[in-house]
Design a protein around this ligand. Structure first.
Ligand code: NDP
Ligand SMILES: N[C@@H](CC=O)C(=O)O
Length: 332
């Protein structure tokens, strides 16, 4: 059987973009064998030609403007990993309208423009997939979509930021200082380009807004989330929680209250008999409760280049295989 070629454009060749390029190179044969799809990095949008050269990509793949990618008929799927709200959101809209499938890991752009982006994907009949935007490598949204098909979700609760979980775990388990733990999270590629997004709870609020939008079938904006980060948590509080047999965790929760929903991100004492207290390092764990299925818990690495690229690659394969049929439709 001849493999079908799938042209991939990567917007941004930073921590995640370069991991995606590497994963396509290293996993390409496996994907071809399993799905008959040959993924090819057709283009990358990157300001630094040196960085692209270091990623072992041929010079002709480097584009310095989006228009080149939009007009390239060889590009089927665009992977957006620029980060930040703009120009990422605008670039995704333009890619969808130009007939490209879009895969993104960018929770900020998605959380702030969810309605607009999902509507544009439906109108263009192109896939918009964002598994890596919540829970890193955990197959979370694919499970969420499956549960949503037959349930009303009543509650979502868990740890959705790997950097803060890594910092709090290092402080509790190793006695590491906050600044040292944060620097290590940055070195390992867990943190956002500006780690304020992690430690002040914005990143968790974006992820919660995405989960709540799916839960309620409307665009829930991140500023609807009552948000507190971990910068006010002291080493003494972390140690005292451990002495009580539990742990302080940055907990994100969405609770239905009639037709309304309460959305919160806050450092919370979790007692030792709750499994969230034992989720360490860069791991996330999310409990989804459906009115039929009951509670379902998913856990795995929530941050880092390898797990994130894994989720992105599975979205690329799904976009190439089923296209817009995989999309979430708000209000449905
Ligand atoms: N790190 C992780 O574990 C995870 C990250 N994510 C998400 O993945 C996305 C990417 O994160 P990450 O790779 O860590 O970020 P990086 O900052 O490492 O990479 C972003 C890249 O995009 C480039 N870029 C940004 N804006 C532009 C532009 N306008 N034109 C051309 N290039 C541009 C940057 O170049 P330059 O340096 O020149 O600005 C940089 O190379 C973010 O949305 C993040 O939230 C999601 C899940 C996990
Ligand atoms: N900075 C984020 C990366 C993944 O979404 C995190 O630490 O969770």
């Amino acid at each position: 059987m001849n493999d079908r070629q799938v042209g991939v454009a990567i917007l941004g060749l930073g921590t995640i973009g370069s991991a995606v390029a590497r994963a396509i190179r290293e996993q390409g044969d496996l994907i071809a064998e399993r799905y008959g799809l040959r993924l090819v990095v057709q283009a990358v949008l990157e300001r630094s030609r040196d960085r692209a050269a270091r990623a072992d990509l041929p010079p002709e793949t480097i584009a310095t403007d989006l228009a080149t990618i939009l007009s390239d008929d060889g590009v089927d799927v665009v992977v957006e990993v620029l980060g930040g709200e703009q120009p990422a959101a605008d670039f995704m809209l333009r890619c969808l309208r130009a007939g490209k499938h879009v895969v993104t890991a960018n929770k900020e752009a998605l959380a702030k423009h969810f309605g607009e982006l999902t509507a544009a994907a439906q109108e263009a009949e192109r896939a918009l997939l964002f598994e890596a935007s919540v829970g890193g490598g955990i197959p979370l949204l694919v499970s969420y979509r499956q549960i949503l098909a037959a349930n009303r979700i009543t509650r979502v609760r868990g740890i959705v930021n790997g950097t803060t979980n890594f910092i709090l775990s290092q402080m509790a388990e190793q006695g590491t200082a906050y600044d040292t733990a944060l620097a290590e999270a940055q070195r390992l590629g867990y943190a956002e380009p500006d780690p304020t997004a992690d430690v002040e709870g914005y990143d968790a609020a974006y992820k919660l807004a995405i989960l709540a939008s799916l839960m309620l079938g409307r665009h829930v904006r991140p500023d609807e989330v009552d948000r507190t980060g971990i910068t006010g948590v002291t080493a003494e509080e972390v140690a005292a929680a451990r002495e009580r047999g539990g742990a302080i965790k940055l907990i994100a929760s969405a609770e239905r209250d009639g037709d309304a929903v309460r959305l919160q991100v806050a450092p919370t004492f979790v007692p030792g008999d709750n499994l969230l207290a034992h989720v360490s390092a860069n791991f996330n764990a999310i409990e989804l409760t459906g009115d039929r299925v009951g509670p379902v818990v998913l856990s795995g690495q929530g941050a880092g280049p390898l797990p994130t690229a894994s989720a992105i690659l599975s979205d690329v394969v799904e976009a190439a295989r089923v296209g817009a049929a995989a999309n979430v439709v708000l209000g449905a």
